[in-house]
Design a protein. Structure first.
Length: 202
């Protein structure tokens, strides 16, 4: 006798990934358009280690395009063309407020964070090589385990993260840690769960 399907079936890894990226793009677009680019809670997950110990109550993470070279070049140009940080900020914000976050499928599912060279959190994450990110904003939450690794000089995602951050902090040095956070979507959980089908392909 065939088993009846359970109504509470866990969504697929791909469905959670796509739902998460769409949610991230929405809240980032709102942050740019309504809050001057200030990171909202959903852009700053709580970080815990694999044993459940808190490493940081909040850490700003970035989404990086799958092909970041064009936007990185734009960011670099804006930072280098003037020494007026206000002008850089206003030009960057106008760019990010437009259609930058309009298409979630153009972004990588690997998130990136930038930390000072002497940050204890960077040392802890690199030593552990893994963490769990807990995202919460309004009524949506995600719990995502991730592999952590340092991105080396010249890596496209590293350059994208550094120049993106320099839009808001032009004095950011090259010596910062840029860490890639690669989610394990098979173990990721969302509340509420995504519903419906996804058409995203990778």
């Amino acid at each position: 006798m065939a088993r009846a399907k359970r109504s509470g079936k866990q969504p697929s890894a791909e469905a959670i990934r796509d739902h998460f990226l769409a949610w991230q793009c929405r809240i980032r677009q709102v942050a740019m358009r309504e809050h001057g680019g200030r990171p909202s809670p959903g852009m700053r997950p709580r970080i815990v280690d694999t044993a459940g110990r808190e490493l940081a109550p909040a850490l700003t993470v970035l989404l990086i395009p799958n092909e970041p070279e064009e936007s990185t070049a734009f960011f670099r140009f804006q930072v280098m063309k003037t020494q007026d940080p206000r002008d850089v900020y206003e030009r960057a914000l106008a760019f990010l407020q437009a259609d930058y976050f309009q298409e979630p499928e153009t972004f990588s599912d690997r998130m990136v964070t930038v930390l000072p060279r002497d940050a204890a959190l960077a040392a802890a994450l690199l030593d552990e090589r893994a963490c769990v990110l807990e995202f919460v904003q309004s009524r949506q939450s995600y719990r995502i385990a991730a592999e952590v690794r340092a991105l080396k000089s010249g890596h496209a995602a590293r350059e994208a993260a550094i120049w993106h951050n320099r839009l808001f902090n032009p004095a950011l040095p090259d010596t910062v840690h840029v860490l890639g956070l690669q989610p394990d979507w098979d173990s990721a959980r969302a509340d509420p769960k995504p519903v419906g089908r996804t058409s995203r392909s990778r």
